[in-house]
Design a protein around this ligand. Sequence first.
Ligand SMILES: Cc1cc2nc3c(=O)[nH]c(=O)nc-3n(C[C@H](O)[C@H](O)[C@H](O)COP(=O)(O)OP(=O)(O)OC[C@H]3O[C@@H](n4cnc5c(N)ncnc54)[C@H](O)[C@@H]3O)c2cc1C
Length: 410
Amino acid sequence: MLKGSLGAAALLGLQACASTAKVAQAGTTPPPPAPGKRVSLLPIRVTPDQLIDVKCCIRPLRAAGPNLGTEMVGSTLVIHNYGHGGSGWSLSWGSADIAVGKALTVLPREIAVVGCGIIGLTTAIVALQAGLKVTIYARDPIQRTRSFRASGSFTPDSRVALSEQAGPAFGDLWERMARFSWKAFRTYIGVAGNPVEFSDSYQLSDTPITRRPPAAPDPAITESFATKGLPQQNSEFGHYSDRIRDIVPQAVPLAPEDNPFSAPYATRASQMYFNFASYGHLLMSEFFARGGQFVMRDFHNPAELATLREKVVIHCTGYAARDLWQDKTVIPVRGQTGWLVPQPEAHYGVRYKNVSLLSKSDGVVVMNNNPDLGEMLGVGNSMELPTKADIEEGLKIIAPVFAPAAARGA
Ligand SMILES: Cc1cc2nc3c(=O)[nH]c(=O)nc-3n(C[C@H](O)[C@H](O)[C@H](O)COP(=O)(O)OP(=O)(O)OC[C@H]3O[C@@H](n4cnc5c(N)ncnc54)[C@H](O)[C@@H]3O)c2cc1C
């Protein structure tokens, strides 16, 4: 479905780029590329031999949004920072800023952070930046956490709360976290190893693409979170991303000459994402370089936190808070990702039908979602074993996007 045959498309694209670069260096305005040569992309290889990993993870959804409350356990002040649904990477810095702000109100010299997923690690770094002595206690460093089994894009309002239960005030809190995080991520752009990057993300369709309004309630579904303790339909999920449209690049429709694919309809958006290997490594290095200490430890109940030397503890155990804190408001939302061999030469993302691909330096991440289920996919499911067949099915669905047009008879 890429326009032209593969070799020819790639070659034409490179020639067009090289000549424009030469003219631009000479200080003149580059001429527009010849028709049909405006944009060409190298195809992403999606054959089954490229699939090197399938990971499964649980999103920690709370109907009311993340728990940022405080409580005393014995003489220890515990500040919670867990339950970020499908948005933990995206909201991490802003959420850390709020949690550390609460810790600072009691003027501690040292604090403990329990948990070293993306929430615990960013919380620890923000606390170090504030001049505190910080020890992370966790049973796993970030590379072995659920966080490392996510997909890694800036998706700050993905299954983060239910609109009714979170209430209108949550929108303001969400916006504060999202804006703070967006700024923090930008400080990692351009850093060696590309921990945080932007790339083009194309949405392709066989029919015109319109901006989807939030799902309307289905009158046939009479149960809801209020009656069942679990959301029953997509319309229950909160959506807040319009609040930050002024800073986050929005999708633009592509004119036919700018559409590198032969799918008739396409949009392109600049998408910010995280390369887990380099970003995780960089954050751990930053934590240690600022004097942080890491202690591998497993806690079995809240009272054990009160035995720590530090009398201020920020609790960041994510989905595990359901067991450790007996917080049954944490709802599991299962999801999985497939990983293809890294293909840095094809640096972009594509969404077609229910499948998304994003080519990152740590691999090409593939997700096969179900358009009928939408955000309800995986809700209430805590099964953490991957099912490779779903990813293989997704690869088959998206493969025609990269087939030479001639092979499709286009
Ligand atoms: C398929 C999928 C894709 C996703 N994609 C994205 C995305 O693109 N963008 C985005 O923003 N978010 C995404 N998410 C959501 C994101 O992964 C989560 O919100 C995030 O990982 C939560 O991080 P956390 O640090 O709270 O929890 P975790 O990563 O689970 O970390 C918890 C930490 O606590 C420690 N711990 C737990 N229990 C104990 C205990 N009893 N004693 C001691 N230590 C303990 C663990 O060892 C670990 O260090 C995705 C989720 C899924 C499932």
